[in-house]
Design a protein around this ligand. Structure first.
Ligand code: BGC
Length: 703
């Protein structure tokens, strides 16, 4: 059992078994703002506790909050310090909205390019994921809220996410899927959320080996483990496996009532499925009330030791205490919304990746522009699902560009809007009756009669559903082709949850990937297009043709067959796969251009885990470079990727100047996990390859 402070221990002694159970099972928030709610125990002064969704902002009912860019846009900055700032901002906003825990960051590795929630995750690479995990958790918790890294573990797809069994080797778990969570725990995360899926036969809510043995005992996690919503599949298995808090804790009657139905009229699984239009990925709503009376009964019958329930309570109380819920003087989060707005814009701009640029960007201040695309009259604030929120200050894509240019700007959708799935109505577009029907002819006409045509295209990803294809939905590819045919200065801006195919890539002059840029969409995009900010983003995920990913080719590897998905690629996720095969990506992991030019001058070994790299900005504009260090281990193991990213650093270099940057190299690249012996340090010598992407190595040295 975890060690409790005296105050927490004293409280524990006062609690009856029923009161303890009341603290480990969620309830409906009487204020209606929280996603999850623990009522506390009034008799003993144990306060209420509210959990609000993240990870891209605080969803507190109808209370507005800053809609930060998608997590994948944040990681595209390759600058984890920004994750810390965003975390702190979200922490302040959570507190000011009376929330105590934020349900994020999302730390699942991007394994399948189709996964509907890739926009909520960071990367296909464990070192990038870990670096962002650490700073996001530290930032959030610096403001005295509880961070909740999720979904532990191997929730890498949405198709059948609540029932699928993931068949994955322990080695791949240790080397790819777990490191992000370990980094979050090392950063002091107060909570971890279990995934819906099962792993190697056991549901994560009940997974004693991964929850108790690895997370708690091996990593020393002292916080509480919370289930995903409707994701606790048993009472005894979950409690003895190490789960500490069941969510949502709503009764079946209440749930059915929420959807305007009588419980007698509904079958399990039916209500949520029908309402959300995404049955394949919806959890089974009958998974509730595991940690209520059945928990009391199981303790009384001896099936669960009461010490286990004490441990659950202690873990929760300890977090309440840590964030000051027992102190009268707890500060309520001073929000400077204006600062958060600026931060959201900075991250969106810095996460924008310049994939291609044939001397067209940055634009002149007085460029005449046609802004075209089905969603240009709105901001792409996010994807569908639990991350949706009410944004505070929204700048539509076209508005930012219109504001910024001193030339003419015409705006046309060209084709009908792409349907976005929304769980809460937060992403629904405002119906504008005055707006004419989109006309492809009008868009082509506008493109033909202007200097620069900017076509903004997007996908429509959502929780509980995977994307069916990596092609852009609707007629968007056609729109791009037709615009490019009439205007040689065509710039495509992609707003996507992850990789998309770009069949028109060779026909356009520039391509920018701006993910889901959040509430500052138009402002952030304009600042990159006009060069107010260097395009500092790099791809945290490989862009390739659908059939070339390691998950392609067989249903058994994605999205699974007969209830099971096999991670047959082992460690060869993302760029590691493309390094080992002949398939060329569309754009490799780590790729992204800058408005400046960089020459790599030298790499020096500082010690076993650090190199120093000097890059020179040889251009006449200030710029930002992301220096990446990949490590090749000696070829002693066929199952090992050819090289692995070991460290990276985003660095600003003024025009004409050289900068030297120290890059820490992660232990992961120098070790391997053996299922019987545990972690084994590899023998060198190691090649360190330094460069601009996984496929653009500029310098090398040996360690
Ligand atoms: C999602 C979680 C989310 C929870 C509460 C679940 O369906 O998987 O990420 O935090 O709902 O909204």
């Amino acid at each position: 059992m975890a060690i409790a402070s005296t105050a927490v221990r004293e409280l524990l002694q006062e609690l009856t078994l029923e009161e303890k159970v009341q603290l480990v099972n969620g309830a409906v928030d009487p204020e209606g703002t929280a996603t999850g709610y623990v009522p506390g125990v009034e008799r003993l002064g144990i306060p209420e506790f509210r959990l609000a969704d993240g990870p891209m902002g605080v969803r507190a009912g109808e209370k507005q909050a800053t809609a930060f860019p998608a997590s994948i846009a944040l990681s595209a900055t390759f600058d984890p310090k920004l994750a810390r700032k965003q975390g702190a901002a979200m922490g302040r906003e959570a507190k000011a909205r009376n929330q105590d825990a934020v349900l994020g960051p999302g730390l699942n590795l991007i394994r399948a390019p189709h996964c509907g929630r890739n926009f909520e995750y960071y990367s296909e690479d464990p070192v990038v994921t870990s670096a962002f995990a650490e700073e996001a958790v530290s930032g959030l918790q610096s403001e005295n809220v509880v961070a909740t890294p999720k979904h532990y573990v191997a929730n890498n797809q949405e198709t059948k996410r609540a029932s699928i069994d993931v068949d994955v080797s322990e080695r791949a778990l240790r080397e790819c899927y777990l490191p992000g969570f370990k980094a979050a725990v090392d950063a002091g995360a107060g909570s971890v959320m279990t995934a819906y899926n099962s792993v190697n036969g056991d549901f994560m809510s009940d997974h004693r080996q991964l929850v108790t043995d690895v997370l708690k005992d091996e990593w020393g996690f002292e916080g509480y483990v919370v289930s995903d919503w409707f994701g606790t599949v048993s009472t005894v298995g979950a409690a003895n496996g190490g789960l500490d808090l069941e969510m949502p804790g709503i009764t079946r009657e209440e749930l059915w009532k929420m959807f305007g139905m009588d419980v007698d009229d509904a079958d399990d699984g039916q209500v949520l499925a029908e309402t959300a239009e995404v049955p394949e990925g919806m959890p089974d709503p009958s998974n509730t009330e595991q940690f209520t009376e059945p928990l009391v009964d199981a303790v009384r019958s001896g099936a669960i030791p009461e010490e286990r329930v004490d441990d659950m309570v202690v873990r929760i109380l300890r977090q309440m205490k840590r964030i000051g819920l027992f102190d009268d003087s707890r500060d309520d989060g001073q929000i400077k919304d204006a600062n958060h707005r600026t931060l959201a814009e900075t991250i969106a701009a810095r996460g924008t990746v310049l994939l291609k640029n044939e001397d067209i960007l940055p634009l002149d201040d007085d460029a005449d522009i046609a802004v075209l695309g089905p969603g240009v009259r709105e901001a792409k604030t996010g994807g569908g699902g639990s991350s949706e929120l009410e944004p505070l200050h929204v700048v539509a894509t076209a508005d930012g560009i219109r504001e910024r240019t001193t030339g003419d700007a015409t705006v046309e959708r060209g084709i009908p809007e792409i349907e976005q799935i929304s769980f809460f109505g937060g992403n629904e577009d405002d119906e504008d009756d005055a707006e004419p029907e989109p006309s492809l002819d009008a868009a082509i006409d506008a493109a033909a009669n202007t200097e620069v045509a900017i076509v903004v295209v997007q996908d429509a990803a959502t929780e509980a559903k995977d994307r069916e294809s990596l092609r852009l939905p609707g007629q968007q590819d056609k729109l791009v082709e037709e615009v490019a045919a009439v205007n040689d200065n065509t710039v495509v801006v992609v707003q996507s949850s992850g990789p998309v195919e770009m069949p028109w890539k060779a026909d356009v002059s520039a391509v920018l990937e701006s993910w889901y840029p959040g509430q500052s969409d138009g402002d952030a995009l304009a600042s990159v297009l006009f060069g107010d900010v260097d395009a500092g983003g790099r791809l945290p995920v490989t862009f390739a043709r659908e059939d070339d990913y390691p998950t392609a080719g067989s249903d058994t590897t994605f999205p699974g067959e007969d209830g099971e998905v096999q991670y047959a690629e082992g460690l060869f996720v993302g760029y590691r796969h493309f390094d080992a095969t002949d398939a060329d990506p569309i754009y490799p992991f780590g790729h992204g251009l800058s408005y400046a030019d960089f020459a790599y001058r030298s790499v020096e070994v500082v010690d076993e885990r650090q190199v120093q790299v000097t890059v020179e900005n040889t251009s006449d504009c200030d710029g930002r470079e992301v220096v990446q260090a990949y490590v090749r281990a000696p070829e002693t193991d066929d199952d090992r990727p050819i090289r692995e990213l070991a460290g990276f650093e985003s660095v600003r270099a003024p025009a004409g100047e050289s900068v030297t940057v120290a890059i820490e190299l992660d232990d992961l690249a120098f070790s391997r996990y053996d299922e019987t012996e545990g972690w084994i340090n590899l023998d060198g010598p190691f090649e360190v390859e330094v460069g601009r992407s996984a496929q653009d190595v500029r310098l090398g040295t040996t360690l």
